[in-house]
Design a protein around this ligand. Structure first.
Ligand code: SF4
Length: 107
C-alpha cells in the first residue's frame, strides 16, 4: 500500500470510528434502524417473528400467552412505538408486537 493510500485509509478509518462513536453515544432511535426481518440469520436463530400471536404459547419456554416485544425486559426505546430497538439485535428495530425465544418478563 502506498503512503498516500495508507494515509487515506487511516483518515477514512478515523472518520468511520468517529461516526460510530457519535452513533453509540446517543440513544438508538428505532426510526433510524432497519426493521429486523424473520429471515435474518440471527432472527431465525432466536425464532423471531414480528407477530407474536403467530407463536403457539405452548411452544414457549415461559408459556405466558401475552408475550411480545413491548412487554419484554430487553426492549429499548419508547412505549407505544410500533418498532423499537432491542438489546439482543443491535442495529435493528423489532416490532412491538413481535416475539423471540429470548423473551424475558420486565422486573
Ligand atoms: Fe422482542 Fe425481547 Fe426478543 Fe428483543 S429479546 S426480539 S424485545 S422478545
Amino acid at each position: 500500500m502506498s503512503k498516500i493510500a495508507r494515509r487515506k485509509f487511516i483518515q477514512l478509518s478515523a472518520v468511520a470510528a468517529a461516526g460510530y462513536l457519535a452513533q453509540s453515544g446517543r440513544e438508538a432511535w428505532a426510526d433510524d434502524l432497519p426493521h429486523l426481518t424473520a429471515d435474518d440469520p440471527m432472527a431465525m436463530a432466536m425464532k423471531y417473528t414480528d407477530d407474536a400471536s403467530s407463536v403457539d404459547p405452548a411452544s414457549r419456554a415461559n408459556p405466558a400467552a401475552d408475550q411480545n416485544c413491548s412487554g419484554c425486559a430487553l426492549v429499548l426505546g419508547n412505549d407505544g412505538d410500533a418498532w423499537r430497538p432491542c438489546q439482543i439485535f443491535p442495529g435493528k428495530s423489532v416490532a412491538a408486537k413481535g416475539w423471540c425465544s429470548v423473551w424475558a418478563p420486565k422486573p
